[in-house]
Write a protein that binds this ligand. Structure first.
Ligand SMILES: Nc1ncnc2c1ncn2[C@@H]1O[C@H](COP(=O)(O)OP(=O)(O)OP(=O)(O)O)[C@@H](O)[C@H]1O
Length: 235
């Protein structure tokens, strides 16, 4: 009997069917059109993004691959509203990042930056509570997720201080802090750098699981080309 189309193929067809009208652009998780971003001055520009288009459907894992310095982090910073494009259009979860009522930046988006943005004086537990609270979670809700996150990210005891953890463990606490409130859009800037293969697989399995029902969308940058085979879209 001939084999039917794979899940991945069905998903690709579904993504292709999404037309690029203003209406549907607003329905995508992220839609970037003709993005232009430069550093430096107008007279002496250092152009990072020039005419970039990107469409990230809801429920996709979107892998961003690129040489070091090509502008991946800059693009992610624009998507989360930390930086602005010089020109072009950008929709994130149906709104413009930084505009009133868009919810971006905010609890709808979880961003794990490359640089560590957690506090050394907090324990792992306190870190997750802190990030959970600012996203509107109760202590009980955070506690209910804590064990799972510590386990699957192979973290040590939750009462250890962050400053006493290894660099790799600290990055995984940062990832846990991004995942704890289950945001609609997860933006992960090289979350698997320096992570051993088993744990990398755990992380990717988790991303596949949370995107399965279309409620969560993931944009992830990586230097490991082999990792992106589990992404639905790669650019
Ligand atoms: N604030 C800034 N002012 C001037 N130049 C900058 C600034 N931020 C980044 N750049 C430059 O812009 C380019 C793109 O940087 P970016 O961090 O976006 O790259 P990247 O693709 O994420 O790199 P990597 O994979 O190494 O993290 C780099 O050449 C960087 O030096």
């Amino acid at each position: 009997m001939p084999e039917g189309p794979s899940d991945l193929e069905l998903r690709r067809r579904q993504f292709k069917a999404q037309m690029s009208t203003v209406q549907t652009r607003r329905q995508q998780a992220v839609c970037v059109r003709r993005a232009y971003k430069r550093y430096g001055t107008k007279s002496n520009p250092y152009v990072i993004l020039d005419g970039l288009n990107m469409t990230v459907p809801k429920g996709a894992i979107y892998g961003l691959l690129g040489a070091s310095g090509c502008g991946k982090t800059t693009l992610l910073n624009c998507i989360v509203g930390r930086k602005r494009l010089n020109s072009g259009e950008l929709w994130v979860l149906g709104g413009t990042p930084g505009s009133r009522g868009s919810g971006v930046p905010g609890p709808r988006v979880g961003y794990m930056p490359q640089e560590l943005a957690i506090y050394g004086e907090f324990t792992i537990r306190e870190t997750l509570k802190y990030f959970g609270w600012i996203s509107g979670m109760t202590t009980e809700q955070v506690e209910a997720k804590l064990g799972f996150l510590v386990n699957f990210l192979m973290l040590p005891d939750a009462d250890r201080l962050v400053k006493n953890l290894s660099g790799g463990q600290q990055r995984r606490v940062s990832l846990a802090a991004t995942l704890v409130h289950e945001p609609e859009l997860l933006i992960l800037d090289e979350p698997t750098v320096g992570v051993d293969p088993l744990l990398r697989q755990n992380i990717w399995d988790h991303l596949v699981e949370i995107t399965k029902h279309g409620r969560t969308t993931v944009i992830i940058t990586t230097h490991y080309i082999d990792e992106t085979r589990q992404a639905h879209l790669v650019s």
